[in-house]
Ligand binder design. Structure first.
Ligand code: N01
Length: 534
C-alpha cells in the first residue's frame, strides 16, 4: 500500500496561513493555479494566531504593518492605535481571508509531517497528520521567521506543579493571574510586553532576567481620524518612499553621525527620537547601529532614562544593559521600567548559573528557591529555521534540508536552496526578513515567487533550482557584510545564539531592502540568473 493516502493533486501547496501564506494564495489564485494552504493552527494568522499573550503588540506602526496590494482594502480597514495589538492584527488577517474568498482553499488543523521531492516527476509529495496528503508541482514554505517557540531545557521543568505558559503558544481563553504568584523568565520583546500586564494583575511577579534589554518607550496612542485620512490620501507616496529605506520603514533617519555633533546636541536629538516613540530612537542618527562611539552615546542615553525611571539604584543597575544598543532587536515597551517600582514586582538578575532548576514549587536561581504559582516562559523562538527544521524535507538524492543546512542555512536570495527544486521560502534566511518591515517584505517575496511561477508556466519549464555557485556567492556576500556590522558581535537570535547547539550564522540578509529588491529584480530580468531551469 502506498504510504500516501487520499492524495490531492495541486499546482502549489503553501505551508502556513500567516501574512505570507495568505497573500501567496491570493496571488496564485489570480494566476489561475490550483493552490491550497495547510496550517496546523485552527485559524489563520500565523505568528499572530499563537502570540496572544497579554500585551502582545506589533512594534511597526499599524498603518504600515498592512498589505498594500489592494487599494480598496487599504482604504476600508480602520486601524485604531498607532501600534496594533494582537487581536486587531488577527481581525485584519481574518478580514483579508474573507474579503478575497480564500477560506475554501485553506485547510487548518493540519500538520505537514514530511515533504519529499519526486525527481522523476518534478513534484513534491507532502504528507500530513490528517487523512489527506498532497502532490504539488511547487511547494511554498510560508512558515514564518518567529513561529517555533523556544522552550529551554530547564532542569526539572516537568516537576513544576503550577501552571506553565509560553508567550509564543498562549492559550485562547483568558488567563487570570489575580491573586497569584507569577514568575516570568525572559526579558526580550515578549517579556517586555507581558511583564507590565502581569505586574498589574498578579499578587506578586518575579522576573528572572538573564540579559537586560534596551527598551524604548513606544508612546502608543489611539489614531485620530484626521491622521488616518491623511495617510490614506497619501498611502502610495509614503509606501514608495519607505521602500527606499534600509528596512522599508516610514521612519526617516537623521542623516548625520552621532559623533558629528556635541554631546549636548547629541542628547537633544536622542531625546527627540525617544519622544517620537519606538524605533525612532535608533533613527536619531545614521550610525548608531554601525559606529561603536555613536552607539555608546545612545547606550548612555537609555541607561540614564532607566535611572530616571527607576529610583532604586540597585534595580536600575540590574536593568541597565551593557551590550551594544540595536545589536539585539530593540524592544518597545509601555511602562516597562516603571513596573519595577511596584511593590509586588521583584527583579532577579540571573548570575552565571542562570536558572538552576525548577522544583515542584518554583524556580531555583542564585541558590534560592522562588516559590510561584504560575511560570511564564518568554524565552523566544528557534528563529528563522526552527519551523522548517521540524519538517522532514527530502530534496534531490533524498538529502534532507537539515543535512543541507547542518552548518547553518544556505539559500540563494533567501528564496530557494540548492538541491530542493521547486521549493520556495517566504522571508527565508538569507533575505532581509526580520531586519525589515515584514509586510512590504512579504509582498516583495510573494510577488517575486508568483512572477517566477507564472514565467515557468508560460515557458513550460518544469523545474527551477538555484545553482550551487550562485548560492555560495550569495551566502558569502551575506556573511561578509554581516561580519562588518556591530550586530554580529552579540548573542542574539539573529545569530541563532539563543538556542544551544544551533550553528552561529547571521541568518537575515543585512544589505538592506533597496539593494535586495534591486538584486531580485536583476535576477528576474536576466532570465532567472543563478537558477537552473529545466
Ligand atoms: O524572544 P527573545 P522574544 N535562561 O529571544 C531569555 C519578535 N517579537 O519572544 O537575552 C534564561 O528576544 C533571553 O535571555 P538572553 C521580535 O522580533 C516582536 O522576546 O538570551 N533566560 C531573553 O531575555 C523579537 O526580537 C514583538 O540572555 C533565557 C528572552 O528569554 C522576537 O520576536 C513582540 C533562556 C528571549 O528573548 C523574539 O522576541 C514579541 C534561558 N535558558 C516578539 N533562554 C513586537 O512586535 C532564553 N532566555 C513588539
Amino acid at each position: 500500500m502506498s504510504k500516501y493516502q487520499n492524495v490531492s493533486s495541486l499546482d502549489v501547496l503553501i505551508v502556513g496561513a500567516g501574512f505570507g501564506g495568505i497573500y501567496m494564495l491570493h496571488k496564485l489564485r489570480e494566476l489561475g493555479l490550483s493552490a491550497k494552504i495547510v496550517d496546523v493552527a485552527s485559524g489563520v494568522g500565523g505568528t499572530w494566531f499563537w502570540n496572544r499573550y497579554p500585551g502582545a503588540r506589533c512594534d511597526v506602526e499599524s498603518m504600515f504593518y498592512s498589505y498594500s496590494f489592494d487599494k480598496e482594502l487599504e482604504q476600508e480597514w480602520e486601524w485604531t492605535e498607532r501600534y496594533p495589538a494582537q487581536p486587531e492584527i488577527l481581525s485584519y488577517i481574518n478580514h483579508v481571508a474573507d474579503r478575497f474568498n480564500l477560506r475554501p482553499h485553506i485547510q487548518l488543523e493540519t500538520r505537514v509531517t514530511s515533504a519529499v521531492y519526486d525527481e522523476t516527476d518534478a513534484t513534491w509529495l507532502v504528507t500530513t497528520n490528517g487523512d489527506n496528503d498532497f502532490s504539488a508541482r511547487f511547494c511554498i514554505m510560508a512558515t514564518g521567521c518567529l513561529s517555533a517557540a523556544n522552550t529551554p531545557d530547564f532542569d526539572g521543568l516537568k516537576n513544576f506543579k503550577g501552571r506553565t505558559f509560553h508567550t509564543g503558544k498562549w492559550p485562547h481563553e483568558d488567563v487570570d493571574f489575580s491573586g497569584r504568584r507569577v514568575g516570568v523568565i525572559g526579558t526580550g520583546s515578549s517579556g517586555v510586553q507581558i511583564i507590565p500586564e502581569i505586574g498589574n494583575q498578579a499578587d506578586h511577579l518575579t522576573v528572572f532576567q538573564r540579559t537586560a534589554s534596551y527598551v524604548a518607550e513606544a508612546f502608543n496612542r489611539p489614531l485620530d481620524a484626521a491622521e488616518k485620512a491623511d495617510i490614506k490620501a497619501n498611502y502610495e507616496e509614503i509606501r514608495t518612499a519607505a521602500k527606499k529605506t534600509f528596512g522599508g520603514f516610514t521612519i526617516v533617519a537623521n542623516d548625520q553621525s552621532a559623533m558629528a555633533v556635541s554631546e549636548k546636541d547629541c542628547r537633544n536629538k536622542l531625546e527627540e527620537g525617544w519622544k517620537a516613540g519606538g524605533n525612532s530612537l535608533m533613527a536619531s542618527f545614521n550610525d548608531i547601529a554601525d559606529n561603536e562611539d555613536s552607539n555608546l552615546r545612545a547606550q548612555d542615553f537609555v541607561r540614564d532614562k532607566i535611572r530616571q525611571a527607576v529610583p532604586d539604584v540597585e534595580t536600575a543597575e540590574k536593568l541597565s544593559p551593557q551590550h551594544l544598543i540595536g545589536c539585539k532587536r530593540l524592544c518597545l515597551g509601555t511602562n516597562y521600567y516603571d513596573t519595577y517600582n511596584r511593590d509586588n514586582v521583584t527583579l532577579i538578575s540571573l548570575g552565571e548559573k542562570g536558572v538552576e532548576r525548577l522544583t515542584a514549587k518554583g524556580v531555583v536561581a542564585d541558590d534560592t528557591e522562588f516559590e510561584i504559582d504560575d511560570l511564564i516562559l518568554a524565552t523566544g523562538f528557534d528563529a528563522m529555521t526552527g519551523t522548517l527544521s521540524k519538517i522532514p524535507i527530502h530534496g534531490r538524492n533524498n538529502v534532507t534540508l537539515n543535512e543541507a543546512w547542518e552548518a547553518g542555512p544556505r539559500t540563494y536570495l533567501g528564496l530557494m536552496t540548492h538541491g530542493f527544486p521547486n521549493l520556495f521560502m517566504i522571508t527565508g534566511p538569507g533575505s532581509p526578513s526580520v531586519l525589515s518591515n515584514m509586510l512590504p517584505t512579504i509582498e516583495q517575496h510573494v510577488e517575486w515567487i508568483a512572477e517566477c511561477i507564472g514565467y515557468l508556466e508560460e515557458k513550460n519549464i518544469k523545474e527551477i533550482e538555484p545553482d550551487l555557485q550562485a548560492q555560495d556567492n550569495w551566502v558569502e556576500h551575506g556573511n561578509e557584510i554581516a561580519s562588518k556590522t556591530l550586530r554580529y558581535s552579540c548573542s542574539s537570535w539573529y545569530l541563532g545564539a539563543n538556542v544551544p547547539g544551533k550553528p552561529r550564522v547571521f541568518m537575515p540578509y543585512i544589505g538592506g531592502m533597496p539593494a535586495y529588491r534591486e538584486k531580485c529584480a536583476a535576477v528576474t530580468a536576466a532570465g532567472y540568473e543563478g537558477f537552473k531551469l529545466a
